[in-house]
Design a protein around this ligand. Structure first.
Ligand code: ADP
Ligand code: ZN
Length: 642
């Protein structure tokens, strides 16, 4: 094959990249900053790419690797932290007709030898390896040899935030990657991540010697994700209702804080007829791997997991991410919820949240062995998340503004957040708050110690419980002052007071005590406009198209939402999915690697009758057209009459 010389200017590079996008991946247009990034990288520039999950980072290095390979530049080395996912990443490229491979400890010796030979011959377009592998003497020698022969095309460093000690995914081995800049100064490097605040970003630049790299920062909005936070009240049942109403039979992730809760929740969901699997660091490695494989390969599995699960999971059709416990901070929340809807189709980020969450998170910070400054930092981050959970305005705007991005409220679209869809009722809770705080004060005065929220509410509502009698709290002047306010409302007021810092929760039982700012509330210096608790959480149903599938992948670009399929379209879609499942099984790959749901849905809708027409569907590249085109047309033809 004749090599096409490397483009000298970015425009030619961009045109060449556009051809590859179309021919290899079957996509019509670049998304967001993709074009600028690939142009820059193809002509040899270094880059640091910040793009949200689902933004399309992979193409940012895969396309330059392909263009540069065609220009005789040899092999692109992709550093990826997760050995368990390399097989599928490489499988997806091979499906698209791109010669790629991985080197890791799971390979049989014979396979490793074969792949090394392919690499050393410069025949591979991309080689995936974990950072610990890259830094071995053997690998460095091989890279030296490639480099000397002009066959070391570029480096891509995925999940680059792992290099930072500030990030929560720090990997010691990533530090070794500084060797790449020292040893191969002329070889372009592109580092990519979906999570990098200013501190982490500076760390990446420093540790990977990317001072000269151009930094590409994308919008972090995920327009196809709907955010919703509900007040916890039997959270498991709420979760089950949410899954049954909105996502029956669809894939999702449920995050819990503890391993025990993961196990219990998964078992309980199974009892209720939802196929759920547990995932946490306490499970045997082979069990974890099996559960991950099933989640990736089977349709409609719910993964119940601790935060140990998720990094690098590129399953595009995760339709919801649910939190049964409050994450630690907004970074975590954003990263975890970001795993929903990578395919650009509507997806939900749902969280149940209550007073106990605030109490737990505060306690975990207080009891951690970390230094004071670190704790102060953690508390600040938790407060920002609490403000998001308690917000009565647009959650998307709050989320983005936390990352320094100005934005507009969701608007009326079907992907609007809960607060934009149904603005929550608020009420002036200043008086109620004063009642609660002065009641805490009187209880302490009388009894010399603090009590939890349940007892406080009983006193406020004038309930003659055993505990009230025991402590003589019926004699307090605040006994029964709040009888006119419902218990749910009181719970919500107290939760919000704790979240706002006007009440402190202490110790294992979350007993309540006054804080420095309580005084201002007591004196009536702060007006409190709080969310009303009685307004039931609006059902999401109705906002969603049923059927689960829709034509045309909108992508993360905010294109118009796809059209729903009619009954015949759904039948064709089902037939295509059945066909895809067979192919995926035969190739030992997840179904989405063969074709995305969005691509199948577009086929089902457009009913292409020829290979030419089929080639026009987004996601159908040349290799897949060649390999599968006739089969697809046959499947479509055979379901025409239904
Ligand atoms: P990230 O790594 O940033 O989370 P991916 O690279 O996995 O995102 O891309 C997310 C999904 O979007 C993938 O399924 C990918 O095929 C698809 N995608 C990426 N770029 C485009 C594009 N320009 N047009 C259509 N689909 C795209
Ligand atoms: Zn909104």
């Amino acid at each position: 094959m004749h090599a096409t010389p490397l483009p000298a200017d970015t425009r030619t590079a961009g045109d060449r990249a556009g051809q590859v996008l179309h021919e290899v991946f079957g996509y019509g247009e670049f998304r967001g900053l993709q074009r600028a990034i690939v142009e820059h990288t193809i002509v040899g520039g270094d880059a640091l790419v910040l793009m949200p999950t689902g933004g399309g980072k992979s193409l940012c290095y895969q396309i330059p690797a392909i263009v540069r390979h065609r220009a005789d530049q040899g092999v692109a080395i992709v550093v990826s932290p997760l050995i368990a996912l390399m097989h599928d990443q490489v499988g997806a490229l091979e499906e698209a007709g791109v010669h790629a491979a991985f080197l890791n400890s799971t390979l049989e010796l014979a396979d490793a030898v074969r792949i090394e030979r392919e690499m050393m011959g410069g025949r591979l377009v991309l080689l995936y390896a974990a950072p610990e592998r890259i830094a071995t003497p053997r690998m460095l020698e091989q890279l030296d040899s490639l480099h000397e022969r002009g066959l070391l095309s570029m480096f891509a460093i995925d999940e680059a935030h792992c290099v930072s000690q500030w990030g929560h995914d720090f990997r010691e081995d990533y530090l070794k990657l500084s060797v790449l800049a020292e040893r191969y100064p002329g070889v372009p490097r592109i580092a990519l991540t979906a999570t990098a605040d200013a501190l982490t970003r500076a760390d990446i630049v420093l540790r990977l010697a990317l001072e000269k790299a151009r930094v590409f920062v994308s919008s972090f909005d995920r327009p196809n994700i709907r955010y919703a936070v509900v007040a916890k009240d039997k959270a498991r049942e709420q979760l089950l209702g949410f899954i049954r109403d909105e996502h029956a039979g669809e894939a999702g992730i449920v995050y819990c804080q503890s391993r025990k809760k993961v196990d219990e929740t998964a078992a309980w969901l199974n009892d209720q007829g939802v196929t759920a699997l547990p995932y946490h660091a306490g499970l045997e490695a082979n069990v974890r791997q099996r559960h991950q494989d099933r989640f990736l390969r089977e349709d409609g599995i719910v993964m119940v997991a601790t935060i140990a699960f998720g990094m690098g999971i590129d399953k595009p059709d995760v339709r919801f991410v649910a939190h049964l416990d409050l994450p630690k901070n907004i970074e975590g929340y954003y990263q975890e919820t970001g795993r929903a809807g990578r395919d650009g189709l509507p997806a939900d980020a749902w969280m149940a949240y209550g007073l106990a969450d605030v109490v737990n998170q505060r306690r975990m910070i207080d009891e951690s062995p970390a230094g004071d400054e670190f704790k102060r930092n953690q508390r600040g981050k938790l407060d920002a998340l609490l403000a998001l959970a308690e917000a009565h305005d647009c959650r998307r705007v709050r989320l983005l503004s936390y990352f320094g991005e100005a934005s507009q409220p969701c608007g009326p679209g079907q992907n609007a957040c809960d607060n934009c869809r149904t603005p929550p009722a608020t009420w002036n809770a200043t008086e109620a708050a004063r009642m609660a705080l002065s009641c805490v004060y009187r209880i302490e005065q009388q009894s010399g110690h603090h009590f939890g929220a349940g007892h406080l509410i009983d006193v406020l509502r004038g309930k003659p419980t055993v505990k009230v009698a025991q402590h003589g709290h019926a004699r307090l002047s605040t006994f029964g002052v709040g009888a006119a306010i419902e218990e749910v409302q009181w719970r919500s007021v107290i939760r919000q007071l704790v979240a706002l810092g006007h009440l402190a929760s202490e110790g294992e039982y979350g007993t309540l005590a006054l804080t420095a700012s309580s005084r201002e509330v007591l004196r009536g210096e702060v007006a409190l406009l709080l969310r009303e608790a009685s307004a039931p959480t609006p059902r999401l149903r109705g906002a969603k198209r049923r059927g689960g599938a829709a034509a045309g992948g909108g992508g993360a670009t905010g294109k118009p939402p796809p059209r729903p399929l009619d009954a015949e379209g759904l039948a064709r879609f089902a037939a295509l999915k059945a066909w895809r499942a067979e192919v995926a099984r035969a190739h030992n790959l997840p179904a989405y690697v063969v074709f995305h749901d969005a691509t199948l849905a577009e086929m089902a809708d457009a009913r292409p009758a020829s290979l030419d027409e089929l080639a026009g569907i987004s996601g159908v590249g040349a290799k897949k057209l060649d390999a599968y085109g006739d089969d697809i047309l046959r499947v479509l033809a055979s379901t025409l009459g239904v």
